[in-house]
Ligand binder design. Structure first.
Ligand code: ADP
Ligand code: MG
Length: 342
């Protein structure tokens, strides 16, 4: 049977801690529920800020949609036709960020692999049939080797030497949108807030001297596996095999594709990153997920990430020392096996 599940990987822990000065509001943006919490300004200003943020995020979602006609689908048509495209400043910024993050990840994070992601059927709300794609089609695309380094970006002019390049910003667009949303809040004079997009978030400031506390979703059961307190300005992003997937003959096929095999990355259930900016945290969560239990540390290091938690396919938790100092496990009825590395 085929089904797609989009769910929350992190939850904002609120409840009894809730204080009256916190304005909390949910909006539908980026195809998910975005939870915006703002501390310390009056309700009217907060409500105005929420509207501004959600408009901004919706515009980004619309501009960068992978399959509905968007600025991105236009760019991809032009690239496939071998044409050169003039980019606006924001478009240039997002693509340049993608090029840099791909290089740092040694192309495990590969937004140029849009054709592979489309082949797996993750460029639509529904897939036509429940089976994974034919191996020959996967191999053809892996061999075509589309990489971000094959994009040529001169000033605002974009072209590619490889017509197999098809840009898909799904691995970092949420982070980019959250970053833009935080910039918008700051412009409005708001210094204490969280933008939580379906579980992935960036927090700034605190709640009147009390840190924001957030939860990291358990990859295999309802609720959180761990919680942490954010410090200053930080993003917490998780990539999970439970976010979007289909099942075929009892096997799970999720949406995080290993560009080396052309198939859903094996060996990881979820990867969580703490890092200042959300775009980098988002891309790094995807890359570290793909790197898996044997290569995650070097990938994180290459991307400049210190705080990482990876839950592997057996449920063992791999963490950096820095992450282990931040995290509090919230599961007490079962043993948790952790491997901590410097
Ligand atoms: P989520 O958005 O569920 O938190 P990710 O941030 O890992 O998960 O993004 C997954 C999305 O990224 C996929 O739906 C797809 O659009 C895109 N993607 C899949 N594999 C890769 C990859 N190797 N590199 C870059 N983007 C990818
Ligand atoms: Mg990501």
């Amino acid at each position: 049977m085929f089904f797609v599940v989009i769910s929350f990987s992190l939850l904002l822990i609120s409840g009894c801690e809730q204080q009256p000065q916190i304005h909390q509001q949910q909006v539908l943006a980026l195809g998910t529920l975005v939870d915006i919490s703002i501390y310390g300004v009056d309700d009217k200003i907060a409500a105005k800020a929420v509207t501004a943020v959600s408009n901004k995020m919706e515009a980004i979602h619309h501009d960068w949609h992978a399959w509905q006609p968007s600025k991105l689908t236009y760019i991809n048509q032009q690239l496939a036709a071998g044409s050169t495209i003039s980019l606006g400043p924001k478009q240039r910024q997002l693509i340049q960020t993608g090029i840099t993050l791909a290089r740092q990840s040694n192309d495990l994070f590969n937004p140029a692999a849009g054709k592979l992601i489309a082949l797996w059927g993750f460029h639509s709300h529904e897939r036509p049939n429940g089976a994974p794609p034919a191996s020959s089609n996967i191999e053809t695309l892996v061999n075509a080797g589309a990489r971000m380094s094959e994009l040529i970006l001169n000033d605002n002019q974009l072209s590619t030497i490889n017509p197999a390049v098809m840009i898909d910003v799904g691995g970092y667009a949420k982070g980019y949108a959250v970053d833009q949303g935080i910039d918008e809040l700051r412009r409005m004079g708001i210094d204490n807030a969280i933008i939580n997009a379906g579980g992935d978030l960036r927090a700034i400031g605190d709640k009147g001297g009390h840190p924001w506390r957030i939860g990291i979703r358990h990859p295999r059961q309802a609720g959180v596996i761990a919680s942490l307190e954010t410090r200053g300005d930080e993003s917490v992003f998780t990539s999970g095999d439970y976010e979007r997937y289909f099942k075929y003959q009892g096997q799970r096929f999720h949406h995080i594709i290993d560009p080396r095999t052309g198939r859903p990355a094996q060996g990881t259930r979820s990867a969580t990153i703490i890092h200042r900016d959300a775009s980098t945290a988002d891309a790094a969560a995807t890359a570290v997920f793909i790197a898996g239990p044997t290569q995650w540390r070097e990938t994180a290091r290459a991307m400049g990430i210190e705080e990482v938690m990876l839950i592997d396919a057996t449920g063992t938790i791999h963490m950096t020392e820095a992450m282990s100092r931040r995290i509090h496990f919230e599961v007490h009825d079962q043993p948790i096996k952790t491997i901590i590395v410097p």
